[in-house]
Ligand binder design. Structure first.
Ligand SMILES: C[S@@+](CC[C@H](N)C(=O)[O-])C[C@H]1O[C@@H](n2cnc3c(N)ncnc32)[C@H](O)[C@@H]1O
Length: 358
């Protein structure tokens, strides 16, 4: 089922460079959306028609190792319980079952070891790509996914062919690249989102919700000015410098690309409308949480990016080379603190409700 789908899980365990210890930014966003999720559950989740269904099943897709996933799940359950109370349906408040999903190579051991001891739900791990079917038909009531859907299932094929117009020579991402490269990434994103929505359409009950939090790009900001792209462009420059110094084989660099796409709310809306299985209840960019312009912030940012994309480099570069790369990346970010105040960043919050009509 996972043919061709590439997995680049976050660094597991609880060491200094683990995802657990380098995901406070994602955590702060999960906190920001707490009240939004409360609103969405209160306004859009049709508890009356789900009230007979036990247990209430939640899936977190791309959950990584925690603790952010525990916080998110706890918020969702709190909101659902509150809705039952508000509707005076307390006696039928269901039990909760939570499925923690990520690639099979995710560090599920750390995830399970750190599950809150007082969790008000039954927990299960579901390994596999969310670009495949993961659950039985009509078995989920609320799907959540945060900071995961910007990962493509794979690099666009066009990028891999030396004779293609989208051959991305000397770069690791599409920011500042030829328009063919940008289009190849965009098409891959469109294909992936259709696959994602089709799979969820099978799995989510009618009236059930898919809640997505994902880094993206404001509608009016070109790719080249989106902060995520700018950050990868700077990383690409560090790699080129190292190739020029003979520390990295240039050909290896030509084959190295990061399978991440930053979509705008408009693009996501267009795909969801075309797909048709879901009604878009909400889609908006969240206000940016600005990082202070300090050297410390540059180091933290470099580490955060490293935790996210290191797995992409693993197959191509030696560990010492990766260390050196991120050391020089951190220094370069210190020199361009204006990156932090760039307006081209957006975290997208989107809510899709499974239609009754299909
Ligand atoms: C940055 S982490 C986000 C973790 C957590 N949701 C949070 O908000 O802190 C992204 C996670 O998405 C997972 N992921 C990426 N693509 C995936 C896919 N196709 N299927 C399942 N998980 C995926 C990665 O393995 C990684 O653990």
């Amino acid at each position: 089922m996972e043919n061709n789908i590439k997995a680049y899980p976050m660094k597991g365990g609880d060491g200094d460079s683990s995802y657990t210890n380098n995901s406070s930014y994602q955590k702060s966003l999960a906190e920001v959306v707490t009240s939004l999720i409360g609103e969405v559950v209160a306004d859009k989740l049709d508890i009356q028609s789900l009230a007979g269904e036990h247990p209430f099943r939640i899936a977190d897709l791309g959950c990584s190792v925690g603790p952010n996933t525990f916080l998110a799940v706890q918020n969702i359950i709190h909101s659902v319980k509150l809705k039952y109370q508000t509707l005076r349906l307390i006696s039928s408040t269901p039990e909760f079952q939570v499925f923690f999903n990520d690639h099979a190579s995710n560090d599920f051991n750390t995830l399970f070891k750190t599950l809150p001891s007082d969790k008000p739900y039954y927990a299960a791990g579901v390994p596999g790509s969310f670009y495949t079917r993961l659950f039985p038909r009509s078995s989920l009531h609320l799907v959540y996914s945060s900071f995961a859907l910007h990962w493509l299932s794979k690099l666009p094929d066009e990028l891999m062919a030396v004779d293609s117009l989208a051959w991305n020579k000397g770069r690791v991402h599409y920011g500042g690249a030829e328009k063919e490269v940008v289009m190849a990434y965009r098409r891959q994103y469109q294909r992936d989102m259709h696959v994602f929505l089709n799979a969820r359409a099978e799995e989510v009950v009618c009236g059930g919700l898919v809640v997505v939090l994902v880094p993206g790009r404001p509608n009016d900001v070109p790719h080249s000015e989106c902060i995520g792209n700018v950050l990868f462009e700077v990383l690409g420059c560090c790699l080129s410098d190292m190739a020029n110094e003979g520390k990295i084989d240039e050909q290896k660099l030509d084959h190295l690309n990061i399978p991440i796409y930053y979509a705008s709310p408009g693009e996501l809306e267009e795909i969801a409308n075309e797909n048709g299985f879901f009604t878009i209840d909400r889609i908006e960019g969240l206000p940016r949480i600005a990082e202070p312009e300090t050297m410390h912030a540059a180091r933290r940012l470099a580490l955060g990016i490293r935790v996210g994309v290191e797995a992409v480099f693993k197959g191509h570069l030696k560990d010492e080379t990766i260390d050196e790369l991120f050391e020089s990346y951190s220094k370069k970010l210190e020199q361009v603190p204006s990156i932090y105040s760039s307006g081209g960043a957006s975290i997208m919050f989107a809510v899709f409700r499974r239609n009754h009509k299909y």
